[in-house]
Ligand binder design. Sequence first.
Ligand code: PBG
Length: 336
Amino acid sequence: MSGQPGFPTVRQRRLRRTPALRRLVAETSLEARQLVLPVFVREGAREPVAITSMPGVVQHTRDSLRKAAAEAAELGLGGIMLFGVPEHKDARGTGAVDPAGILNVAITDCVAEVGDALPVMADLCLDEFTDHGHCGVLDASGAVDNDATLELYAEMALAQAAAGVDLVGPSGMMDGQVGVVRSALDGAGHAGVAILAYSAKYASAFYGPFREAVDSSLQGDRRTYQQDGGNVVEGVREALLDVGEGADLVMVKPALAYLDVLRAVREAVDVPVAAYNISGEYAMVEAAAARGWIDRDAAILEMLTSIRRAGADVVLTYWAAEVATRLRGSLRGGSW
Ligand code: PBG
């Protein structure tokens, strides 16, 4: 499955599988194909639910999600990244590995809607599903148990692959997560499923609005697994480790406060690099714009262009669909 013993096959072809995946990783400006739309889908929702701290972003119903996926495909976006908001959370995040769990059914819904026209990606992490809000399971002392969590990540990857996902996005910052996910996928005949690794992910105050978006119940912080904001060498090391474990793309997150890390990672690895223009970055611009303190449309393009300039081949942004619409018919590309 993964080549001759001692000779693991490097799966470069994974990202060549469909025109949309090739478009996603093509190298070159601000284009629709470089933008990935993160979306939230809420179990049991009958109407989309507004997220107060992210004006314009909602928790989707399964139906409204399908429409968002279809629109994203029609716009030629680089992909859609799914986050599930389950009705019931528990200590082990059971909803994440349940084939009938909201994230897994949403993957199937989106793939049914868009087929190969739009890469469907899914967050591979337990925090949306655990009642304590941590990205992994806890040991007896209440600490996040790395290796017990890896077993659940492997299971979660298989559930997402079975649901039809194109890329999984392990985002929990557990050591060894990419390797464990890769071998679980390969071992189950899912060698074609790619990994977008959240490699250099920093403990950040800018995730605040996201916690509302996924109804997070986190008390405390994630500083025992997410990185310290001052460390750039460590961010590069994390990315290199993930590439070694089989990551097809690596990510730096957040984007704006970490543009130097993005550049350093871009220069260090030989796979495409993504950056996540996160919830707090979105909220800051929307809040200032709502008060008339900033030219919203120009600020958005300037931010996204800076992220590309710093080295991101792919940018996850809640503005993806809007910006793709604006870029349509525009000869100016990424300039504003
Ligand atoms: C973890 C995850 C988070 C985000 C994406 N994946 C939250 C966290 O690490 O605390 C944040 C995204 C954003 O703020 O827009 N599943």
